[in-house]
Design a protein around this ligand. Structure first.
Ligand SMILES: [Zn+2]
Length: 183
């Protein structure tokens, strides 16, 4: 990076990190309703998000945080790119286990944002990256069949998932962050 890097905008505020309630209640913000979204719907939701995030990343104010302590659209897009990689890996872990309980390693999203210096990234590069990550995730979530959707997993905080609820949780995350950035 040859030009002056933007300054570190500091940490963001979080109102809780456990979003597993979205599996049982409609999200009042983005409208996602897990009761009507199946595991096999995730692939299409992820594919649909590609062009929407790309459009967000083309905005001139993509680096601007809307409020102090809230990620900019660029930072959200970097987060979604990294979420895609984590969630694609987690699904592969479930499928690779052949129905045995998969245990997910912890992922600290705030540490990932800090270490990845999301605020410094080039929006044009992130546009390609998030498009590729959503495409790969969409392909991966198109793979499970039949009872594989019910294969179990455990997150490090004790939350239980199946491939299907993981897909619902992931699809909500991608949709919700579009709501966050008005995408
Ligand atoms: Zn939501």
């Amino acid at each position: 990076m040859t030009d002056a890097a933007p300054p570190d905008p500091g940490p963001v505020r979080r109102c809780g990190t456990d979003w597993t309630w979205v599996l049982t209640r409609r999200c009042p913000d983005c409208g996602f309703d897990a009761a009507i979204v199946r595991g096999e719907d995730a692939a299409a939701i992820l594919a649909d998000a590609k062009s929407r995030y790309a459009a967000v990343l083309g905005r001139p104010d993509v680096r601007a945080r809307p409020f102090a302590g809230v990620w900019s659209p660029l930072e959200y897009a970097c987060h979604v790119r990294d979420v895609c990689e984590v969630m694609t890996g987690r699904l592969a872990q479930i499928l690779g286990g052949g129905g045995d309980l998969a245990t997910f390693a912890d992922w600290d999203q705030d540490a990932a944002a800090t270490q990845g210096q999301y605020w410094r990234r080039d929006p044009r590069v992130v546009e390609r990256e998030v498009t590729d990550s959503l495409g790969a995730a969409s392909a991966a979530y198109g793979l499970p069949e039949g009872e594989q959707w019910q294969w179990p997993a455990l997150r490090s905080n004790g939350s239980r998932f199946t491939a299907e609820t993981l897909a619902q949780y992931f699809a909500h995350d991608v949709r919700h962050h579009l709501w966050d950035v008005r995408g």
